[in-house]
Design a protein around this ligand. Structure first.
Ligand code: ADP
Ligand code: MG
Length: 538
């Protein structure tokens, strides 16, 4: 209507009511279809080819969804779930998106029965609240000193990923890393850095006490090793002309040019003098350092690195106590950090910098080795899954059985709860319970097992009171997965339920989509905005 009345530009795309709803649900379903085949230890990887022909092979939910460059608005909201899950927990991205997709798919059945979307949304909210209660009831407490259990959690996270072969070793590394940086029972993942090196096999991956950054000193004239390091950290460039500011100068003769250059050189000289005056013998710079500054710094005997990433700069600052300085005027000796040693070393043909014995806070680095960039990237993600899961478990002290066991138990209890409800919301709570079964059935399906058989057996055993019955994909049997050491942090499930419910209810309430620009392929109803290879899936 708005379009016809001329309220909006001609190219505005608008879908209303049922069309809008069904179209959004369809998009959510497509996203789910795509990533569900990666779930669990037997999930397959995806190969993604970028427009510039770069290839990524991955099993990671967020990476897949990010690389797909999805444009459909509702599908984009699904991608956000994965990102939130990654930010909040660091694992369970596929699970969270799948639950949201299933909640939306199941809501279609209710819409067909003419149940109003707001009733469905309300029912889903009731269910979400109940799931929290149930999760609190069935989660198991682990003591923070239970290193063995924490190791098993890390192993569960890495099962079936690129890191699988070495998951035993990686779990030891993760748990030792966490132990080393723990302060008053708390772990900040900022104190654990992962540095990747291409070269040698993944079994050469090691835990190093201290920080390693993939940067070399910028001149061979600089000392290779500095003991009792006084560290200065800056995030502005030491260059003749600040590249960020596009300045224009008009010079009419040779003398003017010379004067200008002299002035610039003077200012660089002043900067390096000021740095040297603080007593700093190591400099980490987030931006560039030009040749002249490099020459002056090496004359002062300062070990300097440039273009250090922001996250590394922050880690160095945290561990050494150095303040990140953004302005030359702020430089003084009180802002320096300290470490016992800063040293350049070579690993698999690459020069790197090691910072050991940091003054303020202990830090460790997991130095990941692998044959190619693709391999190290995948190992990094798997290690991060393991690491975050261990940290989440320590934080809350709550864990749950994996292999679909916790989803089955919640589903069962939610169904019991649903019988106590009146009104149409009851049907929505029931669909919520059904949606959770999607996790065990997909785990089974991805392993080539019959999902119906597995689900039936799981249901029977949970009904018989076997709370920890799940699908063990080492043995392909339904059994007590706690005994089989398939354990996950409860936080994964809390967060997955929350973000899935949030997005599902939000998408459900939409009945009017106004898109101000036509999508690349035109019509939103044809799902044209999703990449070509997604078409035909449903
Ligand atoms: P997500 O991105 O959701 O973390 P994953 O591919 O990491 O997806 O798979 C996680 C699922 O795999 C969880 O439900 C977990 O319980 C399950 N899982 C992990 N190890 C096993 C195993 N050995 N047997 C059965 N299920 C497992
Ligand atoms: Mg995972």
């Amino acid at each position: 209507m708005g379009k016809r009345m001329g309220l909006m530009p001609d190219e505005t795309e608008r879908t209303f009511g049922k069309d809008a709803q069904r179209n959004n649900i369809m998009a959510a379903k497509l996203v789910t279809e795509i990533i569900k085949t990666t779930l669990g230890p037997k999930g397959m990887d995806k190969m993604l080819v970028s427009p510039t022909n770069e290839i990524i092979v991955t099993n990671d939910g967020v990476t897949i969804l990010e690389e797909m460059q999805i444009e459909h608005p509702a599908a984009k909201m699904m991608v956000e779930i994965a990102k939130t899950q990654w930010r909040e927990v660091g694992d369970g991205t596929t699970t969270s998106v799948m639950i949201a997709g299933k909640l939306l798919e199941n809501s279609e059945k209710l819409l067909d029965k003419r149940i109003h979307p707001t009733i469905i949304a309300k029912g889903y909210r009731i269910a979400q609240k109940k799931v929290h209660e149930i999760l609190n009831e069935i989660s198991l407490k682990i003591s923070p000193e239970n290193w063995q259990a924490l190791k098993e959690i890390a192993m569960t996270a890495m099962t079936g990923k690129g890191a699988e072969e070495e998951k035993e070793k990686f779990s030891d590394i993760i748990v030792s890393a966490v132990k080393k940086v723990k302060v008053n029972g708390k772990v900040d993942t900022e104190d654990i850095k992962i540095e990747k090196v291409v070269g040698e096999g993944m079994s050469n991956t090691e835990l190093v006490e201290g920080i390693i950054i993939g940067k070399e000193r910028i001149s061979k004239e600089m000392p290779k090793k500095v003991e009792n390091a006084k560290i200065l950290v800056i995030d502005f460039p030491l260059e003749l002309k600040t590249p960020e500011i596009d300045t224009k100068i008009s010079i009419t003769n040779h003398m003017e040019l010379q004067n200008f250059l002299d002035e610039e050189e003077k200012s660089i000289k002043k900067m390096t003098e000021k740095i040297a005056l603080t007593g700093a013998n190591v400099l980490f710079c987030q931006k560039g350092i030009d040749d002249f500054a490099r020459y002056l710094l090496s004359k002062e005997g300062i070990y300097a690195t440039r273009r250090v990433s922001r996250s590394d700069i922050e880690k160095i600052s945290r561990a050494t106590g150095a303040r990140i300085i953004s302005n030359l005027n702020e430089i003084d000796s009180s802002k320096l950090g300290g470490a016992e040693v800063v040293e350049e070393f070579k690993e698999s043909g690459e020069f790197m910098t090691y910072i050991g014995g940091t003054q303020k806070q202990k830090a460790v680095t997991i130095l990941v080795h692998g044959g190619t960039t693709h391999v190290v990237d995948e190992i990094e993600k798997a290690i991060l899954n393991g690491l975050f899961d261990v940290v989440s478990s320590l934080e809350t002290g709550l864990v749950v059985p994996g292999g679909g066991a916790v989803e089955m138990e919640i589903s069962k209890r939610l169904r019991e709860f649903c019988r106590t409800l009146k009104g149409r919301e009851q049907l929505a709570v029931e669909e919520f319970a059904n949606a959770l079964e999607f996790i065990p059935t997909t785990l089974a399906e991805n392993a080539g097992m019959d999902p119906i058989d597995v689900l039936t057996e799981l249901k029977q055993r949970h009904d018989a009171g076997e709370q920890n019955a799940g699908l063990n994909l080492f043995t392909n049997k339904v059994e007590n997965v706690l005994t089989s050491k398939i354990i996950e942090p409860a936080k994964i499930k809390f967060q997955a339920i929350n973000s899935a419910t949030d997005v599902a209810t939000m998408i459900l309430r939409i009945d009017d989509v106004i898109a101000s620009k036509p999508s690349r392929k035109g019509n939103m109803n044809s799902m044209g905005s999703l990449p070509g290879y997604m078409e035909g899936l449903s």
